[in-house]
Each structure stands twice: as structure tokens, then as C-alpha cells.
Ligand binder design. Structure first.
Ligand SMILES: O=C(O)c1ccccc1N[C@@H]1O[C@H](COP(=O)(O)O)[C@@H](O)[C@H]1O
Length: 215
């Protein structure tokens, strides 16, 4: 039987929600460090959340096109992963991986066959790929809008590339996503919220329960 899919709950801001997410059996938690996000947490909050989670669940800090000082500040907190969710080039991803000494999850927006072809150039410089929906036109942040994309596009992806799936997943759609796309893991933020940045413990539990039941 295939390994169970990795379940990542992203955009956690509070110790209480982190505790509930660990108790519900998630594999990874994501913390946003990007000022324009409604899920942004400061470096001080990040330090507290990462130390609360250490050894209990994998931690991932989401950054968007970070400069070197931001990378160094975050790397010093020793999360398990840094998620790069901006327009970072493959060379920049490689440099950040070397400088931070942290595993890299590279997010790639998918809206066309060309975007799917774009994934290959990141495979050797990132430790894992996350495919996500493209943000709406004119959006001021590159992710976390709760939009989906056409999963059929992923059929063109080299099957030897393991990837995680995000983009508008919800407790109601996660099982279908796992069955039809067959990703290494799933990632959710908006779909377990009642308003942008406001996570709901019951939705988080339902998402994890439905993901586990699908397998
Ligand atoms: O959540 C944000 O505000 C955000 C800002 C900038 C980059 C990424 C962001 N979110 C990440 O996008 C994916 C998908 O989110 P959703 O489930 O569609 O809301 C996820 O990794 C979020 O953490």
C-alpha cells in the first residue's frame, strides 16, 4: 500500500490552533512570514510557534522572494522547511537552500501546460515541489486566495516528480484531490478558515479526517 499522504495545515498564527492541529494528526504546519498576508506572523511569534512544535510536527516557514537577511533570520530559528512562494529563480532557490541549511519546499503556480513544464527546472534545487493555483490578476500576494486550478494539467507532469498539492482545497474536496491527483501530500490554508487568517479548529479536524479516510 502507498504511504499515507502528507497533510500540511498552513497559515497557523496562534499557539491554540497549533496545539489543535498537532492533536488532530497533521504532519506539517506552515507559518506565513510575509507582511501582506492576513496570516503573517512576526519573527518573535515564529520563534515561539516553532519551539512549541519542535519534535512534535514538521514546521515550515513560508517566505516570498526573501532577501538574505530574512533568510538568515528565519534559518536561525531552525524550522524543518522553508517554503518559497514567490518568483524565485532556480538559482536563487539553490542559493537559499545552501545558505539556510534548511529543506526547501518550492511553490509553483499552475495555470497552463507551460507552467507544468516549468516545474522540472526546480526539481534538483528544491527538496520538494508544491503545486498551487495562480493568484487572481492584480492580487497583492502570490498565494492563499483559496482558488483551485485544473488538476488535469498535472497529468503532463513527469510521474517521477513527487509533489504536494495546494490551491483551494477544503474538507469537502481533499478526498477527491487525493484520489484523482495522487499527490505526495496536500496543503490547505483558506479552506480551513471562517475568514482570511481566522482558522477554525473544526475545519482543520475535518480536513485531516477526510484526507486520512480517502486512503
Ligand atoms: O496565505 C497567504 O496569505 C499566502 C501569501 C503568500 C504566499 C502564499 C500564501 N499562502 C499559501 O498558498 C497555499 C494555498 O493556499 P489556499 O489553501 O489556496 O488558501 C498554501 O501553501 C498557503 O499557505
Amino acid at each position: 500500500m502507498a504511504d499515507p499522504a502528507i497533510v500540511k495545515i498552513c497559515g497557523i498564527k496562534t499557539p491554540d490552533l497549533l496545539e489543535a492541529t498537532i492533536a488532530a494528526g497533521a504532519d506539517m504546519v506552515g507559518f506565513m512570514h510575509f507582511m501582506r498576508s492576513p496570516r503573517h506572523v512576526t519573527i518573535e511569534q515564529l520563534a515561539d510557534l516553532i519551539s512549541q512544535a519542535r519534535g512534535r510536527i514538521e514546521t515550515c516557514v513560508v517566505l516570498v522572494n526573501p532577501d538574505n537577511s530574512c533568510v538568515a533570520e528565519v534559518a536561525a530559528l531552525a524550522p524543518d522547511w522553508i517554503q518559497l512562494h514567490g518568483p524565485e529563480t532556480p538559482h536563487r532557490v539553490e542559493t537559499i537552500r545552501e545558505e539556510a541549511g534548511v529543506q526547501i519546499l518550492k511553490a509553483i503556480p499552475i495555470g497552463s501546460a507551460e507552467d507544468v513544464a516549468n516545474v522540472a527546472q526546480y526539481v534538483d534545487v528544491a527538496d520538494r515541489i508544491l503545486v498551487d493555483a495562480k493568484p487572481p490578476k492584480g492580487a497583492d500576494r502570490p498565494g492563499g486566495h483559496g482558488g483551485t486550478f485544473d488538476w488535469n494539467l498535472l497529468k503532463a507532469l513527469d510521474p517521477s516528480i513527487p509533489f504536494m498539492l495546494s490551491g483551494g482545497l477544503t474538507p469537502d474536496t481533499v478526498a477527491a484531490a487525493l484520489r484523482s491527483v495522487g499527490p505526495l501530500g496536500v496543503d490547505v490554508s483558506s479552506g480551513v478558515e471562517t475568514a482570511p487568517g481566522v482558522k477554525d479548529k473544526r475545519l482543520v479536524e475535518a480536513f485531516i479526517r477526510n484526507a486520512r479516510a480517502a486512503q
